[in-house]
Design a protein around this ligand. Structure first.
Ligand code: ADP
Ligand code: MG
Length: 244
């Protein structure tokens, strides 16, 4: 998955400035940087929730030239290959946990109900919520709801899971449960792109770390170098020490 020369503006505000970035398969790419730097816009472009004006997006055999517009087929296929997990869970309130998880697989992927339910139960086990299948979202804590949202995303078997500050709405105690689940999934080589402000988590989970500021990429590489004192970049050192 790769963006090349991507530009995105909102009105007169250019928020992505000639972004070149690849997201290695089977790895975790973490996007960090100050608020308003363009992290969410990058993530949303990967799911085509935002459409940049210029640049290309390559994903397996799909190649999108943003200047020429996004074809319907490409949109459908990219959406199938990517699963977005939002800060605010977005579970269907009138459906149980199990029903939330099988909704996509049965409606979109046309899986039969028994198959979808079997996999949903496995995923609930994985996220530590085997006993919550019949609960409604209103009966869950924020941390539990987010773990259901992660299970729901995994149920679609996307190639990449995209997570936009998945724990920033949670108390530290609940955050921990969600981060543990993400670390587990990462260890199984699920391709992921995560935006986070949690530097300890970023350090632990990232195979690749990207520092975004003002629509530019200031650093792209391994997390060891990024977090080391001699990364040679004063701006990044300042950011890290402010965040930790
Ligand atoms: P981050 O996720 O790093 O905080 P964003 O990608 O959300 O940053 O935003 C980058 C810039 O784009 C910000 O200046 C923000 O105000 C602007 N922006 C984001 N979405 C919109 C939108 N839908 N309309 C107008 N401006 C937007
Ligand atoms: Mg954001």
């Amino acid at each position: 998955m790769k963006l090349s020369h991507v530009n995105k503006t909102f009105g007169s505000n250019t928020v992505l400035k000639d972004i070149n970035l690849d997201f290695p398969k089977g790895k975790v790419t973490v996007l960090v940087g100050p608020s308003g730097s363009g992290k969410s816009t990058i993530l949303r472009s990967l799911n085509l929730l935002e459409t940049p004006e210029a640049g290309t997006y390559e994903f397996d055999d799909i190649k999108i030239d943003f200047a020429a517009g996004v074809k319907k087929d490409d949109l459908f296929n990219i959406r199938k290959k990517t699963g977005m997990v939002f800060q605010s869970y977005n579970l269907f309130p009138h459906l149980t946990v199990l029903q939330n998880i099988i909704e996509g697989p049965t409606q979109v992927l046309k899986q039969d109900k028994a198959t979808a339910e079997k996999y949903a139960h496995e995923l609930l086990e994985k996220v530590g919520l085997a006993d919550k299948a019949d609960a409604y979202p209103s009966e869950l804590s924020g941390g539990q709801a987010q773990r259901v949202a992660i299970a729901r995303s995994l149920a679609m078997k996307p190639e990449y899971i995209l997570l936009d500050e998945p724990t920033s709405a949670l108390d530290p105690e609940l955050e921990l449960g969600v981060l543990k689940v993400l670390l587990q999934i990462a260890s199984e080589h699920q391709s992921m792109v995560v935006v986070t402000h949690n530097m300890a988590f970023a350090k632990k989970v990232a195979d690749k770390i990207v520092f975004v500021e003002d629509g530019n990429i200031l650093y792209e590489g391994d997390s060891e170098t990024f977090f080391s004192k001699d990364n040679g970049n004063e701006r990044i050192q300042k950011f890290i020490s402010a965040m930790t």
